[in-house]
Design a protein around this ligand. Sequence first.
Ligand code: NDP
Length: 317
Amino acid sequence: MPGKVILVTGGSGLIGKAIESLILSDSPQSEEWVFLSSNDCNLCDLEATRRTFNTYKPTHVIHLAAMVGGLFHNLAHNLDFLRKNLHINDNVLQICYELGVEKVVSCLSTCIFPDKTSYPIDETMVHSGPPHSSNFGYSYAKRFIDIANHAYHEQHGCNFTSIIPCNVFGPNDNFNLESSHVIPGLIRKLYDVIESDGREFTVMGSGKPLRQFIYSHDLARLIIWVVRHYEEIEPIMLTVDEKAELTIQEVSEHIAKAFNFKGEIVFDTTKADGQYKKTASNAKLRGYLPDFEFTPFDVAIQQTVDWFKANHKTARL
Ligand code: NDP
């Protein structure tokens, strides 16, 4: 008889699938895991959320479900990102409170931090100024989670916390050119170039912005640690070390190498760059897990490219 029922919202997404693959290979008998997609329940609907959570009666919830997208998708849909994510987050936390869920781990992001800030950013700075105008809808809906976590804790003693990943990539990502994040977007683009015998790989923007990227499998290992062992209400950054920051140009070169592409990489400087950098500190995480080893970036990119080549017919395009 499992002692814990751990329900994962957004279980069909990039991060949810990475957690599922780890759990399938190594999960103690005392834990039962449930992975939900939007087909199981539309979390924008309070009654549907209540019904679904009542069916599984989770003791723990990893709340990943969200409307998620890259820079250009956010720019065009700030209202949708705000409203959908506010609804989802409010419904999930309220139902978890009603059902007496012992612990909820929800997901923020490094891209919700103040636009004008000092670097590196850390967990204490989430609310210290307005977010970048490109994704203010998504950002405020995510910041609401941290405010709600504190309010549920103060008023009802709930153990609701949050994690702050940097950019995530890996198998099962969204490879749609309109709505994807930068790495899956570039992988898809180069795949299409190679398929059509093209010689030019065009990357939007100058290639100069800096980003930290975490492999979905590494993030999954860290999220499982958080749900089992992290006991603070305050968020924790789940990001690679600062020295692992890369320019978009370096990322493009790694992707080209993984495809063995010998053509030219061109940067379209007429397209927006977004924030120049968002360097995040993982000092708090390192305080807990000083020896955690992240997968080397080139290995993780190669595995992601190989996955996409093998699964492009069924991948999210
Ligand atoms: P994906 O886009 O890959 O997956 C989103 C998940 O949310 C899917 O399982 C989707 O279900 C589900 N979902 C969306 N809308 C609803 C809804 N109305 N009701 C129920 N489920 C819904 O996202 P990721 O795995 O990339 O992201 C997971 C979390 O991590 C998100 O909260 C995101 O904000 C956060 N994050 C992601 C980063 C990244 O780089 N990817 C970086 C930092 C944070 P379905 O498959 O059925 O559509």
